[in-house]
Design a protein around this ligand. Structure first.
Ligand code: FES
Length: 112
């Protein structure tokens, strides 16, 4: 397995304090900008197939809430802290380089 860096968007295209969905290399991602930091987690709630990027971001606690039943996931660890979701969403390494946001995705086949 190899990890590949994929460009997501210019930092300026992300609204501070909100989540946006991106589909990158077969992965459904929720991308959250908090100031100059960017967090990327799996977009699919682990309780049901609901898009977390449609939920509210809590910038103070660094969580995003699933709008369907209220589970709240850490942007840093992917762990839910409120039922009914009990399993974490995946967390992806993300960074900003020259005002472009990148995400690292494991590629089991090693293809670019
Ligand atoms: S679908 Fe997300 S908490 Fe139920």
């Amino acid at each position: 397995m190899s990890a590949q860096a994929h460009p997501i968007a210019p930092l300026d295209a992300l609204v501070d304090g909100e989540a946006q969905r991106f589909d990158v290399h077969g992965h459904r991602l929720a991308v959250v900008r908090l100031g100059d930091d960017v967090y990327v987690i799996g977009d699919i709630c682990t309780h049901q197939d609901i898009s977390l990027s449609e939920g509210e971001v809590d910038a103070e606690t660094g969580h995003i809430e699933c709008w369907k039943h209220g589970s709240s996931f850490s942007l840093a660890t992917g762990e839910p802290d409120v039922f009914p979701a009990t399993r974490p969403v995946p967390v992806y390494r993300a960074w900003v380089d020259a005002d472009q946001v990148f995400v690292e995705i494991d590629d089991p086949e090693g293809t670019p």
